[in-house]
Design a protein around this ligand. Structure first.
Ligand code: TLP
Length: 341
C-alpha cells in the first residue's frame, strides 16, 4: 500500500544532492570551530538574514531554548503567544531550564495585539519579575502556517525598542513566510534580535536548525549549546545538507504552498471537511471535521489504515502538511482516498 505522510514537513528526506554532498563535505571537530562545512553554513545563514553571526544547532527546540537563555536571566518573564510552539510544544523548557516565567497572550491566528504586549511589560516594582524578552512565531504553526503581518512585526519592534527589550523569532518556517509574502527573508529578520529557523522541515535537511543574531549573542549561545549537550563534532555531514537547504530548497516551498492550496480546495469539495481558504497562507492545513461526527483521533486512524498519515489537532481538526516528498500526483491520490473515507 502506498503510504503518504502528511503529518509534518519534518518528515522530508534529504535530496539526492544532499546525500552526495554528505560524502564529500570537508569535516572537522566543530567544538574546536574546525569544521569547514559548519563554518560555511553559519556564514551563509548570517549573510542571508543580514545578521552578524549564526550557530548550527541540532533542533529548533534547542535553538529556541538557547535564545531564551541567552537573552534573559532566570526569574525574568518572557512574553509570547498562547498557542506558540515555545509555550505549548517545548515541554516547558523555557521554565524548567531557562528558569523564566512565560506570560502568554492569546493572539488572533497567532498574532499578538501590540497594545496587549505593551501592557504586559512589567514596570519596576520590588514584587514583579523583570520582562526580559518578547517572542514571535512566523509562520505560526498552530494557526495553520499563517504569516504574521509585517505591520504587526513593525509595531512589536517599536515597542521592544521603546522598552529596550530584545525580540526573538521562532522562525522554524520563516522561509515559508518570506515566500508567501514574496519578500526577502532579511526584511522579516530585520525586526528581530535573534532568529531560529529550521533546515529540517520544508527545506529537507535531515537534521538541524540555525540560530542567528549579533556576535555577542551568538558567543553566549555557543557556550549554552555546549552546556546543553549540543556541541557536535564532525557536524559538517549535516551542515553540508543545510547549505543546500538554503541554496536550493527555498524554491520548493512555493510548490508546497501551491499543493496545499490544491489539497485544501479539493477537501472543501468533500462533504464533512472544510478548510478556511482565507487562512491558507503556506503549507500547513487545519482541516475542520466538525460536520463529520467522528473524533479527529478516530479519523486519523481510519486515514492511516488507507495509507494517509495525518495529525489530530484538538477534537475537531486534523492537520495536513505539504512538503517536497508529496507530489501533485500524490495530492490528487490523497483526495481520492479522503473522498472514500
Ligand atoms: N514543530 C513540529 C512539532 O513539534 C509540532 C511540527 O511537526 O510542526 N518551532 C516551531 C514553530 C515548530 O513548528 C517546531 C516543530 C519547532 C519550533 C521545533 O523544531 P524541532 O522539531 O527541530 O525541535
Amino acid at each position: 500500500m502506498k503510504v503518504m505522510d502528511l503529518r509534518s514537513d519534518t518528515v522530508t528526506t534529504p535530496t539526492k544532492d544532499m546525500y552526495q554532498e554528505m560524502q564529500v563535505a570537508p569535516l572537522g571537530d566543530d567544538v574546536y570551530g574546525d569544521d569547514p562545512s559548519v563554518n560555511k553554513l553559519e556564514a551563509l545563514a548570517a549573510q542571508n538574514l543580514n545578521k552578524e553571526k549564526a550557530l548550527f544547532v541540532p533542533t529548533g527546540t534547542m535553538g529556541n531554548l538557547i535564545a531564551v537563555m541567552a537573552h534573559t536571566r532566570p526569574g525574568d518573564e518572557i512574553i509570547l503567544e498562547r498557542n506558540s510552539h515555545i509555550f505549548l510544544y517545548e515541554a516547558a523548557g523555557a521554565s524548567r531550564i531557562a528558569g523564566v516565567q512565560p506570560l502568554a497572550i492569546k493572539g488572533i491566528d497567532g498574532v499578538m495585539d501590540p497594545k496587549e504586549v505593551e501592557e504586559s511589560i512589567r514596570e519596576e516594582n520590588i514584587h514583579f519579575p523583570t520582562t526580559g524578552l518578547i517572542c514571535v512565531e512566523n509562520t505560526h504553526n498552530m494557526a495553520g502556517g499563517m504569516v504574521q503581518p509585517m505591520e504587526n512585526l513593525q509595531e512589536l519592534r517599536a515597542i521592544a525598542d521603546q522598552y529596550k527589550l530584545p525580540m526573538h523569532l521562532d522562525g522554524a518556517r520563516v522561509f515559508n513566510a518570506a515566500v508567501a509574502l514574496d519578500c526577502d527573508i532579511k526584511e522579516i529578520a530585520a525586526h528581530f534580535d535573534s532568529i531560529m529557523f529550521c533546515l529540517s522541515k520544508g527545506l529537507s535537511a535531515p537534521v538541524g536548525s540555525m540560530l542567528v543574531g549579533e556576535e555577542g549573542f551568538i558567543e553566549r549561545a555557543r557556550k549554552l549549546r555546549k552546556m546543553l549537550g549540543g556541541g557536535m563534532r564532525q557536524a559538517g555531514i549535516l551542515a553540508s545538507c543545510g547549505i543546500l537547504s538554503i541554496e536550493q530548497m527555498t524554491v520548493q516551498l512555493s510548490v508546497d504552498h501551491q499543493n496545499a492550496q490544491i489539497l485544501s480546495k479539493g477537501l472543501n469539495k468533500i462533504s464533512g471537511f472544510s478548510v478556511n481558504l482565507d487562512k491558507m497562507h503556506t503549507n500547513i492545513i487545519n482541516v475542520s471535521i466538525k460536520d463529520r461526527n467522528i473524533s479527529s483521533e478516530k479519523l486519523v486512524m481510519e486515514m492511516k489504515a488507507k495509507g494517509i498519515l495525518a495529525n489530530a489537532r484538538g477534537k475537531d481538526y486534523i492537520r495536513l502538511v505539504t512538503h517536497k516528498d508529496v507530489t501533485l500526483e500524490d495530492i490528487h491520490y490523497a483526495l481520492k482516498i479522503m473522498e472514500s473515507i
